[in-house]
Design a protein around this ligand. Structure first.
Ligand code: PRP
Ligand code: URA
Length: 213
């Protein structure tokens, strides 16, 4: 994989530990969902470190002080349906007022090309920092299509992508096409198989989150 300045691969023992549990085929749906949320929250702590802040005055029991707080309306999270939904609570744990936009994209099983079937985004999304959420970055087709929609149809200028597990092919594809988009990945895996699954990966994230298989 090429080296890109806009890509951050997490190297943290707590994240690594949780990813081991997430990969395990014996991890049940409830635990899988909890792990996706926890990993997302850990990632969001880093990915959101440059969100806009403002100063407010707070009255402590002893005196008043000024303190930086985040600007409520500054970010929108955009989960790619379905599997991205599993990451929403993880960001909301840290940024409860983040607005949520939904983009429905499924990968055609034969061609692996992305197909959009749903899009509902918050008002004024172009003025917000958009955090695209998808736990799996495989060929990169779904993430690229989402970023294209946000940029071309809605005029979004500040976009970040958070994916838990990525294949080198997917990171290359998104990072090359969208140099302005910061990409955060918790685990960079070896490769894709002939069906577009990430190896070693964790299988189908949507099915494991929602118990559909
Ligand atoms: C999965 C996953 C990503 C996409 C990644 O979605 O959740 O959205 O594949 O693959 P790509 O990088 O090659 O585009 P899927 O199409 O299986 O839909 P689902 O989330 O509804 O299960
Ligand atoms: N989507 C998944 O859910 N898993 C993969 O390995 C690739 C795409």
């Amino acid at each position: 994989m090429q080296k890109f300045e806009n890509v951050t691969i997490f190297n943290h023992p707590l994240i690594s530990h949780k990813i081991a549990l997430l990969r395990d085929k014996n991890t049940d749906t409830k635990h899988f969902r909890e792990l996706v949320e926890e990993i997302t929250a850990l990632m969001a702590y880093e990915a959101l470190k440059d969100v806009p802040t403002k100063k407010i005055v707070v009255e402590t029991p002893l005196e008043s002080c000024s303190q930086n707080v985040v600007v409520d309306d500054s970010i929108a999270i955009v989960p790619i349906l379905r599997a991205g939904l599993g990451m929403v609570n993880g960001v909301h744990m840290l940024f409860p007022t983040a607005k949520v936009g939904h983009i429905g994209i499924y990968r055609d099983e034969e061609s692996l090309l992305p197909n959009e079937y749903y899009c509902k985004l918050p008002e004024n999304i172009k003025d917000k920092i958009c955090i695209v959420l998808d736990p799996m970055l495989a060929t990169g087709g779904s993430a690229k299509a989402t970023i294209d929609i946000l940029k071309k149809k809605y005029g979004c200028k500040k976009i970040k992508l958070m994916s838990i597990i990525a294949a080198p092919e997917g990171v290359d594809a998104v990072a090359k096409d969208h140099k302005d988009v910061k990409i955060f990945v918790s685990a960079l895996d070896r490769q894709l198989n002939e069906k577009g699954y990430i190896l070693p990966g964790l299988g189908d994230a949507g099915d494991r989150l929602f118990g559909t298989k």
